[in-house]
Design a protein around this ligand. Sequence first.
Ligand code: AN7
Length: 380
Amino acid sequence: MPQGDMTKFESQGDMTECEPQAPRFICGGEVNNTKTKWRGIVEEYRSFLPIAETDKVITLLEGATPLVPAPKLSERVHANVFLKYEGLNPTGSFKDRGMTMAITNAYNQGAKAVICASTGNTSASAAAYAARAGLGCIVLIPQGHIALGKLAQALIHGATVLQLKGNFDQALAIVRELGDKAPVTIVNSVNPYRIEGQKTGAFEIVDALGQAPDFHFIPVGNAGNITAYWKGYKEYRDRNLSTKLPKMCGFQAQGAAPIVLGYPVENPETVASAIRIGNPASWQSALDARSESDGMIESVHDQEILEAYRFLASQESVFCEPASAASVAGLLKVGVPSGSNVVCVLTGHGLKDPDIAISQIEPPRVVEASFQAVMAELDL
Ligand code: AN7
């Protein structure tokens, strides 16, 4: 059985320290990870994935993210809450699970270039995996509405980045047309390989808990991830690797909540730029996940998102990006029956969006560079 453990992190030590006498591994060539067994989600969960034996796998050893216990949050909601910290993936978000599959498939099909529309994380992940495969990568992003870290990632990994004078939904419409008319492979979550990869998040949660949780809280933007997790939970249950299914609880930002409203939002607005989406591609499958699981899709205000964001950083020491905190804001808003087992997915790392973090806190005081001046400022 694949284990959702953290051994992947031990491997990094092995790869960097070179013992001259040791035939354990060869520096600069093959790596013999004696301590780790983690090979990335495609190899770990191969029997659940549409992948041919002969396919070359494009991986950055994504997955194996920790399920971090959240004692303060658990106390607040009287439940056992765990945080699936997806910010610890190679490019800092859950997108890497889907991207290893999408880029592996594109590469083995002989694609020359991939394309995506993105609120940021998809573009960062696509750029990294495409570069790893030697494929071209084109990304369309909404100008002025993408976090700085994500833009930096897309650029430094060598993608061709176009900033659109428009929003994500308009970008995705153009990408779909390009996918039809030009020799490029779309790697947005309308590509089914993305969903296949992302469902492995659910496998890891069940591997770690020994059972599915009672409730699964998750942010919803384009609705690919809620679709993927629900698929994953069902597949594990169908193979008798769990005996129950969680209630899927998805949360949109109030100014970008088309699924809650029941109609597309033409000009979505939220501080959580990752989920600033008005017409989700996986709308129907998100509704299916909600109804099949007897769950919910609701919205949270930006203020509730930011409160959860600050709480996670200051009380649980887990730094996620604002969109990720929508899952926890949702939990704090709707609550759960006492003693429930709850997983909240934190989809992306806080360092993606340093501007928001700094805007939430008083700027640090400036002092003269003397002992007296520093001492005078401190309550010691
Ligand atoms: C941190 O990168 O849509 O409901 O283009 O980056 O599967 O769309 C990102 C979405 C949640 C919502 N949290 O997931 C993109 C993009 C973070 C995200 C979502 C996104 P979906």
